[in-house]
Design a protein around this ligand. Structure first.
Ligand code: NDP
Length: 592
């Protein structure tokens, strides 16, 4: 492998895709595009506004809200009200019902509370309907439905110092006063549309793939044939992680399928298989925590006797680890670790590119599907049928060589000088990431002295543990950011945060405290610790643009600290935070 030539090729491919407009290239689904956010899964029913007090309110009914709700119930805190804009619990799994939706992280570590709810995943990688069902199972098991407000969007959150409570207002006229509020609104939930000229002119059905309308396509999320597409020319714009899962199904059912590609994804092997109930029955109590720890250790470059999950997430770090351990101890430096990383990544990406040639019959199509960047520049994908779809006679890859679709008109899409007639279009163009927290959440949060969270975070996110922000008492942000930052398995971050939050609230109750707030000093100390981490998630200027690196505008990522985790890594953070909450000191927090 000529590494110098490879680096040049990577840079040349990146340069084709760099755009001056960065995040601004995308269209926000407001105004004439607002209907792209409509919930196609429930009929809105009217209800009376809720008023009165609640002990704990959580904004967001995805995994964050569910695992926090479960942890609080287990801690004896019963008065929990989850507020969710979707018509049911599930978060990302509520919205994403597109054909082929599944989870890329093994179900045994991805699906939380399996032991507590007694569920055995049916496959190593669970499909979306099973995960959505599991969300409902958690809701039922921990009795979270009774007090929940579904199909409800928070519009305003304001701290009332006189009563030491948060006032929550919603689009349903609710006016609730909560002692404590958690926020788990997720980083990837506000769809964005590609900024293509004329997008509003298309006359056929068009939708964002996170709001799949089976009334148009036929079929259902469990894979029933999409008979509505049999005689249709379908276009899909985007080839990211979700398109990769969706395309084989569209290829199966559409009369013709045109895949408009700007940047190819890296497609590693999937190797899914059913779970053997006999084997599952042999797992000892406490197995899930053991699997979680094992996956986190191996995925973040640590060592364990056994790789329990064994998949593409742990593969690359294990390669680096092997190379590193084969060195003499004197050779093991930060530089040699980085060299082992680059070597392992180059090997991996060569394998991924070779797979395109092995699987795809047409050499030009195979060539166009090859990703020319490092594996973690974009979300890695794992799929066994995606590349095969391009061998079907009804499927055309329209490779735009990094430029994207030029224009959309009433009857189709233009790429360069060629027009593609289409009956319907699927936008698989992702979600807002680089926009402000308030814009993505749909409400702002007003803390002590009228200070807004959007103001506080305008220069960049600040917190202690990613959870506490000075000036915002009794408010708890639940996400992976500024904590473990374990991207490969988001629920592991959330489960740890839930345990921490339950311990904090129990302590507040035990001591009769009505306010819990991080001190400015403790917040500063945490931010200094994060600053000492040389690794900035997504801050690699050599990467091809995408939401990981602010669409290539790395110099506009501010201090980049929103995406920075504990300097010693995810596993060290989980050990640290366990010790912090179990010590009973809650160092850095004031209980008043
Ligand atoms: P992505 O941001 O990954 O992909 C968006 C796609 O749209 C890219 O291919 C992008 O191209 C393309 N695009 C945008 N604008 C244009 C344009 N003008 N012309 C042509 N193409 C365009 O979004 P997804 O919704 O696919 O995935 C979002 C995230 O969801 C993933 O990254 C992952 O984190 C998560 N996910 C998780 C799963 C799980 O298993 N847990 C499964 C699936 C998704 P370009 O690359 O050039 O920008």
């Amino acid at each position: 492998m000529d590494r110098t030539a490879l680096r040049e090729k990577y840079r040349a491919e990146r340069d084709k895709r760099l755009r001056a407009d960065g995040n601004d290239q995308y269209i926000e689904p407001t105004g004439t595009f607002a209907h792209y956010l409509d919930d196609p899964y429930v009929q809105r029913t009217e209800r009376a506004p809720r008023t009165g007090d609640v002990e704990f309110a959580f904004i967001g009914g995805g995994f964050a809200g569910l695992v926090v709700g479960a942890a609080l119930k287990r801690a004896g805190i019963d008065d929990v009200c989850i507020i969710e804009k979707g018509g049911d619990f599930g978060g990302t799994w509520y919205w994403n019902r597109y054909p082929g939706a599944m989870c890329d992280t093994a179900a045994f570590v991805y699906m939380p509370l399996l032991e507590e709810t007694g569920h055995m995943p049916t496959e190593k990688y669970a499909k979306a309907p099973e995960i959505l069902e599991h969300c409902r199972r958690i809701g039922e098991h921990f009795d979270l439905y009774g007090n929940a407000l579904l199909s409800t969007e928070v519009t305003d959150l304001e701290w009332d110092p006189a009563s030491s409570r948060w006032i929550i207002r919603s689009n349903r006229g609710d006016d609730i006063r909560a002692r404590h509020v958690g926020m788990g609104t997720g980083p990837l939930h506000r769809p964005k549309l590609p900024g293509i000229d004329g997008i509003e002119r298309f006359e056929g059905p068009a939708g964002h793939r996170s709001r799949w309308n089976y009334d148009v396509t036929g079929g259902d999320p469990s894979g029933a044939p999409m008979t509505g597409l049999n005689d249709k020319r379908v276009g899909i714009i985007g080839t990211g992680a979700t398109a990769v899962q969706c395309i084989p199904h569209l290829a199966e059912h559409a009369g013709e399928l045109f895949v408009f590609q700007r940047t190819p994804s890296s497609i590693d092997v999937r190797n899914n298989h059913p779970i053997d109930p006999g084997w599952f029955a042999t797992l000892e109590p406490g197995w899930q925590q053991q699997w979680l720890e094992n996956f986190t250790i191996l995925q973040t470059g640590g060592w364990a006797e056994e790789d329990l999950v064994q998949d593409g997430w742990t593969d690359i770090t294990q390669r680096i680890f092997k190379k590193f351990t084969e060195m003499d101890s004197g050779e093991r430096t930060v530089e040699s670790w980085m060299a082992a990383f680059h070597e392992s990544d180059d090997e991996k990406m060569e394998e991924i590119r070779a797979r395109c040639d092995e699987v795809v019959n047409d050499p030009a199509t195979a060539e166009a599907l090859k990703p020319w960047y490092r594996q973690l520049c974009k979300r890695p994908c794992f799929h066994d049928e995606y590349l095969l779809a391009y061998n079907k006679p009804n499927v055309t890859l329209v490779d735009t060589d990094g430029r994207g679709v030029r224009e959309i008109d009433r009857s189709g899409a233009w790429v360069g000088d060629r027009h593609y007639e289409l009956d319907c279009i699927v936008y698989a163009s992702g979600f807002e990431v680089g926009t402000s927290y308030a814009r993505r959440s749909g409400y702002d949060t007003t803390g002590r002295n009228g200070v807004k969270l959007s103001q506080r975070w305008d220069p960049g996110m600040v917190s202690k543990h990613g959870m506490h922000v000075h000036g915002f008492p009794n408010l708890y942000v639940v996400s992976p950011m500024q904590a473990a930052n374990l991207i490969s398995n988001i629920p592991h971050n959330l489960v740890e945060a839930a345990n921490t939050l339950a311990a904090i609230l129990q302590h507040a109750n035990d001591t009769g405290a009505v306010e819990v707030e991080v001190t400015q000093e403790a917040e500063n100390e945490w931010m200094d610790l994060l600053r000492s981490n040389p690794r900035r998630f997504g801050a690699d200027p050599d990467c091809t643009p995408g939401y990981y690196n602010n669409e290539g505008k790395v110099d506009e990522m501010g201090d980049g600290l929103a995406g920075v985790g504990y300097p010693d890594g995810a596993w060290a953070y989980f050990q640290y935070i366990k010790g912090w909450r179990e010590s009973g000191d809650f160092d850095g927090l004031e209980f008043r």
